[in-house]
Design a binder for this molecule. Sequence first.
Ligand code: PTJ
Length: 243
Amino acid sequence: MTDVPKSHPRYESLRLREAIVAGVRKGVTSEHGLIAHGRGEAFDYLLGERTHDFALAAIDAAAHLLTRANHPVISVNGNVAALVAADLVRLSEALKAPLEVNIFHASKQREQAIRSYLQEHGAGEVLMPTREAELDFIDSNRKFVHPDGIYRADAIFVPLEDGDRCLALRKMGKAVVTVDLNPMSRTSRAASITIVDNVVRALPRLLESVEGLAADSGPCTAEFDNLTHLAAAERQIRSSSGT
Ligand code: PTJ
């Protein structure tokens, strides 16, 4: 990383900033993505920049839900592509779930850039938004989906989401797993399972859980109550003294 020694106490946080800035420069991440990242940083700081028990429980429940789904799909936007492209590709392979580009800030050029970036990280086919299939209950660019991807999916992994589409997907009867550092966001509250953690920490753990389950498809763990988990995350934030 440019000029920052690994011994710097904020090294990891600065590394992620650089990854997001590099994403913008490559045309993968939107400029708005910088602001979204900053909001995430603030929540992560309050969470002590570590994965808590409520997130581990959500990861476990998410792994069960996604491995048991008939047609899981992984939705990719400009921020997650910049931060965790290689992990998304590995998760897609482990779940046999297609990757589908779906962005909020409309840009055909950026959609193509995200696809190319995923392919540089080992992805095969990447589904793209189409005009052939539209989600109900939503007006933004995110309504345009692929007929064999999000449109047909019974479970969708949508890390770093804006609330509208999450609600629309739920109203359409689909299960939604999200990763969001803000337990109070509309997305967090609307999702079936919210992993309140940084996507860069959550993805490797989710992958590990999915790979473990693929080897041993044991019984499903207890029912997951999303709102109870969000309340635990909020308590953690309110009691925080930072990192
Ligand atoms: O590429 P696009 O056009 O689809 O745009 C993607 C963003 C993320 C810019 C867009 O979806 C957006 O504006 O999202 P919001 O409404 O700002 O919500 C993003 C949420 O993700 C916020 O609640 C942040 O706290 C959270 N967040 C940000 N960075 C991370 C994060 N959660 C987990 N890990 C992060 N690294």
